[in-house]
Ligand binder design. Structure first.
Ligand SMILES: C[S@@+](CC[C@H](N)C(=O)[O-])C[C@H]1O[C@@H](n2cnc3c(N)ncnc32)[C@H](O)[C@@H]1O
Length: 209
């Protein structure tokens, strides 16, 4: 079947992309890894021995990066609606995070219910209609925050992908109720034309709400 003009444009942009080329050269699973690397270099998020939950983890760049830094005392759980190739040292859960049964599966995997860091790069399939995409995206963000509040140790952190626009300010306010510090990060690997930014919330205040 002939490729449409938009899919040809996407393919060209993808293969011309500096971070796609780098990830192929460096042997990483995705270009997304460079976003986390840049944030971690600045904010020192990932430390040996931590327990980390990676939401929307496939194909696995972020998990791949974290597990290397965690060492043998760390623990890493990755969840995605899509199948993901195994990564040594990572427990993988396949399922839709919006489903209660999948949320429960994750809670069971986090044995002692205490984690240091929740990272979420989840994004819904984009339709191009803001009135559909933004509520879908913020629903996933709400679920990530809900999980973080249930599993984080006091002082823990949440790194979550947000989209600028409707819902952004309200979510930001919600983060500030539960964390002592909230900053926005736009790593270089995040395309300039994309509305995505990463909220980094640290110093979890405990489940007071
Ligand atoms: C940008 S990709 C993540 C890339 C990943 N951070 C990496 O480093 O390879 C976003 C992921 O969110 C996942 N996702 C979207 N909706 C989801 C849902 N409802 N439940 C679980 N995962 C979801 C997608 O399947 C996709 O793999």
């Amino acid at each position: 079947m002939a490729k449409s003009k938009s899919s040809k444009t996407w393919l060209k942009e993808h293969f011309d992309d500096e971070y796609v080329r780098r990830s192929q050269k460096d042997g990483y699973r995705s270009r997304a890894i460079y976003k986390l690397i840049e944030i971690d270099q600045k904010d020192h998020l990932v430390k040996p021995g931590m327990t980390i939950i990676d939401l929307g983890a496939a194909p696995g760049g972020w998990s791949e990066y974290c597990v290397k830094k965690l060492g043998k005392n760390g623990s890493m759980i990755a969840l995605d609606i899509l199948p993901m190739d195994p990564i040594d040292g990572v427990t993988i859960i396949e399922g839709d995070f919006r489903e209660a049964s999948v949320f429960d599966m994750l809670m069971t995997a986090i044995k002692n219910n205490s984690s240091d860091l929740v990272i979420s790069d989840m994004a819904p399939n984009i339709t191009g209609m803001g009135s559909v995409d933004m509520p879908r995206a913020y629903y996933l963000c709400e679920l990530a925050l809900d999980l973080a509040k249930q599993v984080l140790k006091p002082g823990g952190g949440l790194l979550v992908k947000l989209f600028q626009g409707e819902g952004f300010e309200a979510y930001n306010k919600e983060l500030k109720l539960s964390f002592s510090r909230v900053v926005m990060r736009k790593p270089k690997a995040s395309r300039a034309r994309s509305r995505e930014v990463y909220a980094l919330a640290t110093g979890f205040l405990g489940n007071r709400f």
